[in-house]
Design a protein around this ligand. Sequence first.
Ligand SMILES: CC(=O)N[C@H](C=O)[C@@H](O)[C@H](O)[C@H](O)COP(=O)(O)O
Length: 209
Amino acid sequence: MRDPGTMCRIAQAAAAGGAAGIRAQGIEDLRRIRAALDLPLIGLWKDGDGEVFITPTLDHALAVAGTGADIVAVDGTLRPRPDGRTFAEIIAAVHDRTGRLVMADVSTYEEGVAAAEAGADVVGTTLAGHTPHSRPGPGPDLELVAALSHDLPVPVIAEGRIHTPEQAAAAVEAGAHAVVVGTAITHPTTITRWFADSVSRSPRGVHPK
Ligand SMILES: CC(=O)N[C@H](C=O)[C@@H](O)[C@H](O)[C@H](O)COP(=O)(O)O
């Protein structure tokens, strides 16, 4: 599935199903999706094997902006970045040099507050449960969504482990401006595993070898 043409078709399928926007990863994927769709586009570039891997440096952020993405998603945690820049410096440079908006991908309330103070235009709960210091799953961290939506002066996007339409509606109910659904729309292998595991847990289930 990790192929720009495939991802572009998935984005088109999501748009046909009523998606209000697309969030996608990778420079070529973003270019293709930008050319194919007129919806708001959140772009990121996952790179490196360090702790900070979502658009980890300013150069990554500028490259994402160069694809035509409307919003550049960047790691918004307080961890050091590979290029030594602060989040505030990255946000200011993206604003000044490209005019694009910045979405801060955070994992905790404190990170969300700090990201908004640093100048982020949007804060997302993307990394909740994905850092050692944040609340683990299995479901979305709706308490975090509610607290950030209530307290921040910028829109909050609920993202991470939203696997059902009911969870998406609950996130909006908690105050989210929008909801990003990843795996449950884009990852057939995982979705199939949910079904296969559920069936094989049933007493009459078939147990694949
Ligand atoms: C932690 C990380 O790398 N998250 C990524 C961020 O872009 C994506 O792999 C996720 O699919 C996305 O956040 C949506 O989450 P979920 O797939 O749980 O709906």
